[in-house]
Write a protein that binds this ligand. Structure first.
Ligand SMILES: Cc1ncc(COP(=O)(O)O)c(C=O)c1O
Length: 369
């Protein structure tokens, strides 16, 4: 296995080292993390007391059974606890799926712009990764003829991520089902990275979970993104296939073995309140989206395909000096945003967060012509 560093981590580390400054993260894909006080209020639980009840033993490799059952109850009503494998974050989920499904030379299809590990971890496992550009006009939609052509080569795996990082694009339910049908016809596995599910903006429908639609689909979730708890390293994979789940557990027993029992215990207090936590974060995201929309309409060089879901926007740039501009922002203001290259696209632009409160003055300063 040949592990390559992620461009995203390299970009941030190099820029901050070159400037000798800690930079302010203005690109975060998760909404601002909750505080203990906020979480205790929203869940109506004394979380400090709750945590002292946590067992400190190894969890089962598949993960805490009641928590898996709870996830099914709230997210995958037609599945059962046995269909879910808990992971140490979604990043481990990506690793487990790629290791469990892929052999060197297998073909994998995914899209750009995109979250780099969804392509790179497959390549690390020896797969040939084909990256199809999403079409920016009219909202980063799938180029269906290109996808159908790519699927005709009988790939092993198609990887999707809607709501989408970095653009905030969302699929229609019809398009999700079209993807599932295409995979079904070709016998292709489908990894659906659904980590921003729950952060749909007003007027955007929540998609079905792929794992409930197709017996070769894997739905991936995590508490770091839509639930805004990135310090709690708990994610999950839901899949109908017993043989795949068995293989996921073999790989998991080579890495984390099991997730933290503290994290699993905490999540049992949080998961029943998912919908409330999502709604609170969407309210902040929508405020930021309205502010940003106003700024961008007045600016000659920046524009966007307005995001429909998730907590980031991809701001497109019409000039030819983006790199210089981002470096100047970092040097002058300490701002860190991530350029298009780390999302594997040549479409000039950068990812900007919608998930933090008090972004108004920053947007104002950033986008004043
Ligand atoms: C689309 C997507 N999937 C998976 C992950 C991994 O999540 P985590 O870092 O919480 O494991 C991220 C993190 O940014 C992401 O944006």
């Amino acid at each position: 296995m040949d592990f390559k560093p992620f461009k995203m981590a390299q970009y941030s580390a190099r820029l901050s080292a070159r400037l000798g400054l800690p930079l302010q993260n203005l690109h975060s894909s998760n909404p601002q993390p909750w505080t203990w006080d906020e979480l205790s209020t929203l869940t109506n639980t004394d979380l400090a007391a709750w945590l002292t009840q946590a067992p400190l033993h190894y969890e089962a490799v598949q993960g805490h059974p009641q928590l898996r059952a709870m996830l099914c109850q709230h997210l995958y009503p037609s599945l059962s606890a046995n269909d879910v494998v808990l992971t140490a974050g979604a990043q481990e989920g990506i690793f487990l799926v790629m290791q469990a499904l892929l052999k060197p030379g297998d073909e994998v299809i995914t899209f750009s712009p995109g979250f780099e590990p969804l392509a790179q971890v497959a390549a690390d496992a020896g797969a040939q990764v084909k990256i199809l550009p999403l079409v920016a006009d009219q909202g980063w939609h799938i180029d269906w003829p290109a996808l159908e052509q790519a699927l005709s080569d009988a790939p092993r795996l198609l990887v999707i991520n809607f709501p989408h990082n970095p653009t905030g694009a969302q699929l229609s339910e019809g398009d999700l089902r079209r993807l599932v049908n295409l995979c079904e016809q070709r016998g292709c596995w489908l990894l659906a990275d659904e980590v921003f599910r729950g952060l749909e903006h007003a007027g955007t429908a929540r998609l079905s979970n792929a794992a409930e639609l197709y017996d070769r689909a894997i739905s991936m979730g995590v508490v770091s993104k839509a639930l805004a708890l990135p310090g709690v390293r708990l994610g999950w994979l839901a899949a109908q296939s017993q043989s795949l789940r068995d293989q996921l557990l073999v790989v998991k027993s080579h890495v984390s073995i099991c997730q933290s029992s503290l994290d699993a215990h905490l999540c049992q207090a949080i998961v029943p309140h998912m919908a409330t936590l999502w709604r609170r974060k969407v309210a902040i995201i929508e405020q930021n989206k309205a502010l940003l929309n106003q700024r961008l309409q007045e600016h000659p060089k920046f524009h966007w395909q307005a995001p429909q879901a998730a907590a980031t926007a991809f701001i497109q740039y019409r000039g030819d000096d983006l790199e210089r501009l981002l470096q100047k922002w970092a040097a002058d203001w300490g701002w860190l945003v991530l350029p298009n290259a780390v999302f594997l696209t040549d479409e000039a632009g950068f990812r900007l967060t919608l998930g933090a409160p008090d972004m108004g003055p920053i947007y104002q300063q950033m986008f004043t012509p």
